[in-house]
Unconditional design. Structure first.
Ligand SMILES: [Zn+2]
Length: 231
């Protein structure tokens, strides 16, 4: 099994878009040994029948259309990838941040990495704006496993800063200290952009089958949200 969760949506003439979120057995992180990550990518390629595309995630709000890819070895420093081409699997990697997958009725798909900075800076909204500019009508979004608001403790000032930009993120941990609910923030951004939202669920810190930076520390692996359209 490659994916803990799988789903599809069919948009008539553009065919079926599939999504999945990988299990902890796979480590797609930059800190994984090259052989480990290559094996994980090969498994994703085999499970999807598509070519995997990774981005070098930098907690920004830049969006890249894969068709603008410059060279096979290019390592784009972005947090949102889009493509209109079947046969490509887009990956958003995370270990507590929110992986978001998008499928538009025109066949465009997208993968977005939304961490604390990405939520504050609006990377999800930027990706949706780009999809709309490229002609998307209806868009379905899958909000992947991430650290929940009851677990994601942050300093009070940081909570205030992020919540000032995205009010639904304001939260309190289960032990009563300041926290951020990144999932609530992303959901509000998706809904404001008119998406139908599928919440995949699962707190990375609480569920042992998921990678978590807060639980496992700096050496934590990365899960991936994967979206693809069959070639
Ligand atoms: Zn939690």
């Amino acid at each position: 099994m490659t994916f803990l969760y799988r789903d599809t949506v069919s948009w008539g003439p553009v065919g079926t878009v599939s999504v999945g979120f990988t299990e902890r057995r796979l480590d797609l992180g930059d800190l994984a040994a090259p052989a480990v990550r290559e094996a994980a990518l090969a498994e994703v390629a085999a499970a999807t029948g598509a070519t995997p595309y990774l981005m070098h995630q930098v907690h920004g709000a830049e969006v890249l259309l894969v068709e603008d890819w410059r060279a096979p070895t290019w390592d784009p420093h972005v947090d949102a990838l889009l493509t209109a081409e079947p046969g490509r699997a887009l990956l958003a990697r995370a270990a507590d941040c929110v992986p978001v997958l998008l499928a538009a009725d025109t066949g465009l798909i997208g993968a977005v990495h939304a961490g604390r900075e990405g939520v504050r800076r609006g990377v999800v909204t930027a990706a949706l704006d780009r999809l709309r500019a490229l002609g998307a009508g209806q868009v379905r979004a899958w909000l992947g496993p991430h650290i929940c608001g009851a677990c994601y403790e942050v300093p009070a000032q940081l909570r205030d800063e992020v919540a000032a930009a995205v009010p639904p993120t304001w939260a309190t941990t289960s032990w009563g200290t300041p926290a951020l609910d990144l999932g609530a923030g992303v959901r509000s951004q998706l809904e404001a952009a008119g998406c139908s939202v599928v919440e995949v669920g699962g707190c990375t810190r609480e569920l042992p089958v998921l990678h978590s930076h807060r639980r496992d520390g700096a050496a934590a692996g990365r899960l991936a949200g994967v979206v693809w359209r069959a070639a």
